[in-house]
Design a protein around this ligand. Structure first.
Ligand SMILES: Nc1ncnc2c1ncn2[C@@H]1O[C@H](COP(=O)(O)OP(=O)(O)OP(=O)(O)O)[C@@H](O)[C@H]1O
Length: 405
């Protein structure tokens, strides 16, 4: 066979059951209770020997399903697949590992499942152990391994069993940078030996630098296959379009929420209650000494979720001149979107307001920054006259110097 893999009209349908027990009932009944889900649709492709192919596609596109069919982990619903050569695959970290067995025992187990004899694996054992480089852990059960250690052992086995076709599915993402480089070097070596490599990664940079060909899968269909440079441009443009669609959708949603808010009474969306000023001991009081902590709190109930609502506050003097308004764009003061009751609390520290009466207003703005509703309307609080002398609104630190010249 000229090609290492030939795929014709490959389709994989998963059965999606609404309830788990439908799966059991279906075995005994003629009425089918599942919805068919096409993870792959009539995919055809021929892969010549010696290519390093990057498999591109968003989450759920069908990449792993394709690789699982190629490796025989799962069978296709329809279509044909011919493979020329020995496949070694690193699909998932746990694939092929028995977590109760040690690293060494798992090397034998995995090799046997690929069809490698005990004798052959004994020849390679030290090379695999050295490549994995996990020290004494190799004698411990795999269940005690970190994900990085599993990835090291899995990769070490996969690349050291002399495969003709190597399949690596996103597992490099858990290894550290030194190990990643070691893996890439090993894969480069394979490329030079004319072996076929399938490489799935969401790191476009790694795919660009390593793969000479790419295939792009979208919703189970093969969109394109060709030189990496060409396919990458198509794929990156698609990702950019998807991203701008997402942003547009969010903006539209915010707009719809606002329109909905105009139709609904605001109290059907959000309701505030129990506004109170507190002192540093948590007792209700709106009278403070100079520089004492000023605390206020208010409860709110989200009745319908609405995104982008922010709560702010403004402090005014007795004649309603603004002294301070809180930041209206910060991420810190977004209201919660979950339906239910929540509470807000603000602590004002080192307030250098001079004795007198002040007013606190609290308001909520919507995603466009416009006023949505108020949660406290000019509530008064007082700074006591017992400690401080001076005039105006705020104390300004100063020092005196008086010298004869
Ligand atoms: N056993 C299963 N039963 C039902 N649906 C499944 C099953 N396995 C995969 N799917 C569905 O098939 C689709 C393709 O899954 P697949 O794992 O191949 O995607 P992928 O491109 O590898 O995604 P990712 O980049 O997230 O790994 C997804 O929508 C997934 O939910």
């Amino acid at each position: 066979m000229e090609n290492s893999i030939e795929i014709k009209d490959l389709t994989k349908i998963y059965k999606i059951y609404k309830k788990p027990w439908h799966r059991v009932v279906d075995v005994f009944s003629k009425k089918k209770r599942y919805k068919p889900y096409y993870a792959l649709k009539d995919l055809s492709i021929s892969i010549p020997k010696g290519e390093a192919i990057g498999v591109l596609g968003k989450n759920g596109a069908g990449k792993s399903t394709l690789l699982k069919i190629i490796t025989g982990v799962t069978s296709p619903t329809k279509g044909n697949i011919s493979i020329d050569g020995k496949i070694s695959a690193l699909l998932e970290l746990t694939s092929g590992f028995d977590s109760e067995l040690t690293g060494i025992e798992n090397i034998y187990l995995k090799a046997l499942t690929i069809g490698i004899t005990k004798k052959e694996i004994e020849k390679q054992l030290q090379v695999i152990i050295d490549f994995a480089d996990i020290g004494e852990h190799i004698y411990q059960p795999v269940r005690t391994y970190s994900s990085g250690m599993k990835s090291r052992l899995g990769f070490a086995i996969s690349v050291n069993v002399d495969p003709d076709i190597l399949i690596v599915d996103e597992v490099l993402s858990v290894g550290d940078d030194v190990f990643k480089l070691k893996c890439i070097e090993k894969m480069e070596e394979f490329k030079k030996q004319g072996k076929t490599i399938f490489f799935v990664s969401h790191s476009l940079f790694t795919v660009k630098t390593f793969c000479n060909k790419c295939m792009w899968i979208k919703d189970g269909e093969l969109i394109s296959y060709g030189d990496t440079g060409e396919i990458m441009v198509q794929y990156e443009n698609y990702l950019k379009e998807e991203r701008s669609k997402e942003i547009e959708k969010k903006q539209q949603q915010a707009l719809e929420n606002n329109t909905q808010a105009q139709i609904l009474s605001k109290k059907e969306i959000l309701q505030f209650s129990n506004f109170a000023f507190l002192n540093a001991n948590g007792e209700k009081s709106n009278k403070y000494d100079y520089m004492e902590k000023i605390i206020f709190k208010v409860d709110y109930e989200v009745k319908r979720p609405m995104n982008g609502l922010r709560w702010c506050f403004t402090i005014r003097d007795a004649e309603t001149r603004e002294i301070f308004g809180s930041d209206k764009k910060s991420e810190d003061n977004l209201l919660k979107e979950e339906i239910g009751k929540h509470t807000l609390k603000v602590t004002l520290e080192d307030v250098m307001l001079l004795p007198g009466k002040y007013l606190l207003s609290g308001e909520v703005t919507n995603a466009t920054g416009a006023m949505f509703m108020s949660y406290s309307n000019k509530k008064p609080f007082y700074i006591n006259l017992n400690k401080f002398c001076g005039t105006g609104i705020q104390y300004i630190k100063h020092s005196y110097e008086n010298k004869s010249i």
